[in-house]
Each structure stands twice: as structure tokens, then as C-alpha cells.
Design a protein around this ligand. Structure first.
Ligand SMILES: CC(=O)N[C@H]1[C@@H](OP(=O)(O)OP(=O)(O)OC[C@H]2O[C@@H](n3ccc(=O)[nH]c3=O)[C@H](O)[C@@H]2O)O[C@H](CO)[C@@H](O)[C@@H]1O[C@H](C)C(=O)N[C@@H](C)C(=O)N[C@H](CCC(=O)O)C(=O)O
Ligand SMILES: Nc1ncnc2c1ncn2[C@@H]1O[C@H](COP(=O)(O)OP(=O)(O)OP(=O)(O)O)[C@@H](O)[C@H]1O
Length: 551
């Protein structure tokens, strides 16, 4: 089960605020787009429809305790702090509070009505909201998505809609999908851990998968901007907590599964069940699954929608096969072959077989949605997919000047293993790996993170990430205990991440590669309930400048 996170001390390492100075290399097609801060304030259509409440109540079996004639909703939210005039406020029972407790605040901000359960109706009455209360017998969260879709008119999207789930690489696949859609002539929109994008408009993300009313506001805004290809990252929390309800994906995909989020899901089986549930007719038409591992094979067997299978390992039974034809630190080339002669020869300017796999998955998703791979190829130069993924394998150093320094968002043993295996194949010199672990989050993965990190690197620098309420030295000790079991890397402890970055630069020779895993695109460090400004990318730039390696 999902455990609550205090709202005041925001939550998870995966929550984030706007980067102070997002840098986008020239490969970023939307460089120069409009950056808006945070979707804590939700995203809305600019010209919302007016949805009459009376038929809405009838359709969803809501009991109204007052007349609804003449009342329209123009928006929906489950957060009283986000209410705009004309909104329907949904009072959701949470892990800590019942949202209906905030009905009066919602009314003051202009909500036209409250939708809640029986307990919430009493709370809203006691709070003296003074607006109509619509009562459901269902869990309000369970109908929030469908209600929001009805209000925003996002029930029947004409855009092709794609969803990706898995443990590592969802954000990467979302950006690849957007890039491939652009190549095929679409106007793409996306929602990821890092950002939401609506054409050239960029909004920094809060949750990986926003709450359903926020998502439907986003989809309505995309429709206004004539976005016709949408790529959404779908977390396990999103499936379990109804955040994608009201969306029917053309194609969903699953890439890989390994340990993460056990603090929220309790065990791997519950975490997996949430991912598997995406592969059902309520959510999607069809699926694509990487069947290299046992969990992918299970999805393929247990899916309740038709799936097509991708294998990246030789000899594996599948519908599509991926072969890496060339790789270097600067990128990976591949050939993808599918049924009935479908094929694609391409490359991604980021290292690692797993990046070729992410690209292959995105290509198959498009193919399954009826978008010919030839049409995609026609929009690319020699199959090169010019993707920029904020904070994922992001090269911060100047190409050809001193050591290569990458910043990445990896925070699981699985991600470390994929990156370090890949680097082991292509790094021209030593691998210096710099990382820390989240405090107050899945503590059971720490020793394995340390072990994998030390097994795949030459020099390991253990520093602090978001210690939150935990003593940082205790987190480092757990990581180092795991690292010692690998018996390979030289292990150095340097708690202060700024000092650790400088230490890494001072130790590296020109052929060496430094990989800093954890903070990716984030712009803060969370220590004892405080968000302290900290951007790994800015810190690395500063350290390289001090060393005369960057202008
Ligand atoms: C565990 C979890 O998902 N919790 C989410 C849940 O919180 P909760 O049930 O505790 O809600 P609560 O605080 O009791 O409040 C109940 C209701 O009152 C409302 N409220 C509360 C206070 C107020 O002043 N006004 C108000 O309206 C709240 O909006 C909510 O609707 O509902 C809240 C309202 O939307 C979410 O913000 C909160 O996400 C928290 C912040 C979180 O950290 N979630 C993480 C675990 C998460 O979802 N992560 C995934 C995966 C990321 C990955 O792949 O790495 C993600 O998709 O981001
Ligand atoms: N297919 C893959 N297999 C394993 N690791 C991957 C894969 N793709 C990317 N990674 C690595 O996993 C880490 C996270 O990547 P990414 O942000 O794309 O994943 P995610 O699933 O979106 O995670 P989150 O939801 O926490 O952002 C990065 O270190 C990245 O380099």
C-alpha cells in the first residue's frame, strides 16, 4: 500500500521545482520555448468549456443536496489550494486528511460545488462551504478522472496517445516518443518526471504522473494547441491511485522492472501488479513489452490487451528484435526488425544499449499506433534521433575538453547497472562514479546500489543526496557497506556534494568519464525538511570552470 507523505515537507525525491537555469543543448528542439514554473498550480485550458452540473450529476450517479440548475463547471481539482473560479472541487479522503475538510476554502476561491463521499458531505457541511455538495457512493478518487475528462472534454482525444511504464527509462522513452512523433510530422506533447510539454510550452513537473484532474486539464490544453501526438509517463502510483483514469491510450509499453518504491508498495509483487494493471482494456488498446526479463514475459502472458513483444537478446522468442550495430561514448546505432518486413536503422546520440532499447520501444509504439516507420525515418537525417533528455546522461562538460562529465537521474540499482555496464563497454578511460541515496525512502535498496556502483566503476565517491530526516552519515555508511562487498572500486567518502564534484574533477584524467547519478535535472537538496537550492548541473559547470575546462 502507498504510504502518506507529508505535504509540508514535500514528499519524494521525484518531486521537483523549476530548474533555476535549465540548459538545453542545441539538440533540444524546443530550446527557447516558454518555461512555466511548477504544476502544483494545475494546468488548464485557456478557453474552458462550460459543463452543466445537473447532467454530470445524473451521469455519475451523484446525489445533489441542492438544486444544480444553471450551474456549470469550467474546471476540476482535488486540491483546495488550486481552485479557480468555476471549478468543481473534489474532496478526496487522503492518507492524512479528508479533502472535504477544505470545502469552505474551495468555496472562497470560487468553486461552484463540492463532489465527495458521504463522510466528506458531513465534513463539508460542518465546514460551512455554502455551495452544493454532490455525493458519490464510490471513492471520490475513483471517479475524479472520468469526471474531469467529462468537464474538460478530454474523453475522446483525437491525438494519438502513448503511455510508458517500467522502473527505469520511462522519461527517456517519453522524450524519444516526442522526438519521433515530431519527425513523423506530428505536434507532440509530453508529460514526464522532468517536465510537461505542450508544443513549445514547457512546464516543470511536480509528480511524475499528475493527479487525474491535472492530467485532463493538460490534455485539454494540448487539444487547444493542436497537439496530435501525446507521450505520457505512467508511474505505478498513477495506476494504483487512479491518476490516469479517463484516458484511453492507443498504445502502452513496459520496458523493465527492478527494485524501487518498496516503501510505498511493500513488496515487488504489489509494485509489479500496479504496472501490469495498465495492460487492461480500461486503459489501453494495445501494448508493447520488452521480454528480455521474467517480468516482461509475465506482462506479455498476463496482459488483458493484445501485446507485441520486443527482445534485445539473441535467441529470445519475440515479434521484434533489436541489434546494436555500433556503440561509442557518443551514441549507439541499431537495427530494429519486426513482423512483415518492418524495420528501422537508426541511432541515438546517448551511450548505452539501453538507450537503443528505449528508442526501439518508442518506434514500435508508433508502429502499433499505425504510424509507418518509413514516415518517421523520412523526418530524420540518416535515422539519427536528435533527442535531448533533461538530466538523463546529460553531458555537462565541453566535448573534447578534459574528462567527460555526465549528470544523471539514476537512483536504482537497475539504472546504475545499465549505465555502468554501458560505460564499461565504451569509456575511453577510468569510470569515476559519484552518487548518494535518498533519505526516508526505500532503505532496502541502498546496499545493492553501493555494490552495483562499486562493481562497475574504478573510483567511487559517495556523497549526500536528499538526506531528509536521516543522519547523512548513516546513509553513506550503508552505501559504503554495500560498495565494499564488490571489491573493485577505490571508495572515497565525501559527504558534501559540492566538494565531491570538485574532487571528481581533480581526480579525472582527460580520457576518464565522471558519472554523477541521482540529482539529474533537480534544483534542490532536501535536508531536514528544508529545500536548499542545489543544481548538480550548475555545480559541475562551476567545478569545470574552476579547473579551466569550461568557458
Ligand atoms: C503517496 C501519495 O501518492 N500521496 C499523494 C496523496 O496524498 P495523501 O493521500 O496523503 O493526501 P492528503 O495530504 O491526506 O490530502 C487529502 C486531500 O486533501 C487535499 N488537500 C490537502 C490540504 C489542503 O490544504 N487542501 C487540500 O485540498 C489534497 O490535495 C488531497 O486531495 O495525494 C496528494 C494530492 O494529490 C499527493 O500530493 C500525494 O503525493 C505525494 C506528494 C507523493 O509524494 N507521491 C509520490 C509517492 C508519487 O506519487 N510518486 C510517483 C512515482 C514517481 C517515480 O516513478 O519515481 C509519481 O507519479 O510521482
Ligand atoms: N531502458 C533502461 N534500462 C535501464 N536503465 C535505464 C533505461 N533507460 C534509462 N535508464 C537509466 O535509468 C535512470 C532513470 O531514467 P529515466 O528518468 O528515463 O527513468 P524513469 O523511469 O523515468 O525514472 P523516474 O520516473 O524516476 O524519472 C537513468 O539513470 C537512465 O540513464
Amino acid at each position: 500500500m502507498t504510504r502518506p507523505r507529508p505535504r509540508s515537507a514535500p514528499s519524494t525525491s521525484r518531486r521537483r521545482t523549476a530548474p533555476t537555469n535549465p540548459s538545453r543543448p542545441s539538440t533540444d528542439p524546443s530550446a527557447g520555448g516558454n518555461l512555466t514554473t511548477g504544476d502544483a498550480l494545475s494546468i488548464r485550458p485557456r478557453n474552458p468549456r462550460q459543463a452543466p452540473l445537473a447532467p454530470l450529476a445524473e451521469r455519475f450517479g451523484l446525489r445533489a443536496e441542492a438544486a444544480l440548475d444553471g450551474l456549470d463547471a469550467t474546471g476540476v481539482t482535488i486540491d483546495s489550494r488550486d481552485v479557480r473560479p468555476g471549478d468543481l472541487y473534489i474532496g478526496v479522503p487522503g492518507a492524512r486528511r479528508h479533502g472535504a475538510e477544505f470545502a469552505a476554502q474551495a468555496a472562497e476561491r470560487g468553486a461552484v460545488a463540492v463532489l465527495t463521499d458521504a463522510e466528506g458531505a458531513e465534513l463539508a457541511g460542518a465546514a460551512g462551504a455554502g455551495i452544493p455538495v454532490l455525493v458519490t457512493d464510490e471513492h471520490p478518487r475513483g471517479i475524479a478522472g472520468a469526471v474531469a475528462a467529462a468537464v474538460y472534454g478530454s474523453e475522446h482525444l483525437s491525438a494519438k496517445t502513448f503511455g510508458i511504464t517500467g522502473t527505469n527509462g520511462k522519461t527517456s522513452v517519453v522524450y524519444l516518443l516526442a522526438e519521433l512523433l515530431r519527425a513523423a510530422g506530428f505536434t507532440p506533447g509530453l508529460s514526464s518526471t522532468a517536465e510537461r510539454r505542450i508544443g513549445d510550452e514547457v512546464i516543470v513537473s511536480d509528480l511524475t504522473s499528475p493527479e487525474a484532474p491535472v492530467l485532463h486539464g493538460l490534455l485539454a490544453r494540448m487539444a487547444e494547441k493542436r497537439v496530435d501526438g501525446i507521450a505520457l509517463e505512467v508511474s505505478a502510483h498513477a495506476v494504483e491511485r487512479h491518476r490516469i483514469d479517463g484516458v484511453r491510450f492507443d498504445v502502452v509499453a513496459f520496458n523493465n522492472f527492478s527494485q524501487d518504491h518498496l516503501d510505498d508498495f511493500g513488496d515487488m509483487e504489489s509494485y509489479f501488479a500496479a504496472k501490469l494493471a495498465l495492460f487492461s482494456p480500461e486503459h489501453a488498446e494495445r501494448g508493447v513489452v520488452v521480454v528480455d526479463g521474467p517480468y516482461g514475459q509475465r506482462i506479455a502472458r498476463e496482459s488483458r490487451i493484445p501485446v507485441t513483444r520486443l527482445a534485445t537478446e539473441y535467441g529470445q522468442d519475440a515479434d521484434w528484435h533489436l541489434a546494436v550495430t555500433r556503440q561509442s561514448i557518443d551514441g549507439v546505432s541499431f537495427v530494429l526488425q519486426g513482423p512483415e518486413g518492418a524495420h528501422f536503422r537508426g541511432s541515438v546520440p546517448l551511450f548505452g544499449r539501453f538507450m537503443a532499447e528505449n528508442a526501439a520501444l518508442a518506434l514500435i509504439m508508433l508502429h502499433e499506433a499505425g504510424i509507418q516507420l518509413d514516415r518517421v525515418a523520412a523526418g530524420l537525417e540518416n535515422g539519427r534521433i536528435p533527442v535531448y533528455i533533461p538530466g538523463r546522461l546529460e553531458l555537462v562538460s565541453e566535448p573534447g575538453v578534459g574528462p567527460r562529465f555526465y549528470v544523471d537521474y539514476g537512483h536504482t540499482p537497475g539504472a546504475f547497472e545499465a549505465m555502468l555496464d554501458a560505460l564499461g563497454e565504451v569509456a575511453p578511460g577510468r569510470i569515476i562514479f559519484l552518487f548518494g541515496a535518498d533519505g526516508d525512502r526505500d532503505t532496502t535498496k541502498r546496499e545493492e546500489m553501493g555494490r552495483v556502483a562499486a562493481a562497475g566503476s574504478d573510483v567511487l565517491i559517495v556523497c549526500d543526496y536528499h538526506p531528509r530526516s536521516e543522519p547523512p552519515e548513516k546513509i553513506r555508511a550503508q552505501l559504503i557497506a554495500g560498495a565494499r562487498t564488490a571489491g573493485r572500486a577505490e571508495i572515497i567518502e565525501e559527504g558534501d556534494p559540492r566538494a565531491a564534484v570538485r574532487l571528481a574533477v581533480s581526480l579525472a584524467g582527460p580520457d576518464d568519464v565522471i558519472l554523477y547519478a541521482g540529482p539529474g535535472h533537480e534544483d534542490y537538496q532536501e535536508v531536514a525538511g528544508q529545500h536548499i537550492p542545489y543544481s548538480a548541473r550548475d555545480e559541475v559547470r562551476g567545478a569545470l570552470r574552476e579547473a579551466g575546462l569550461l568557458k
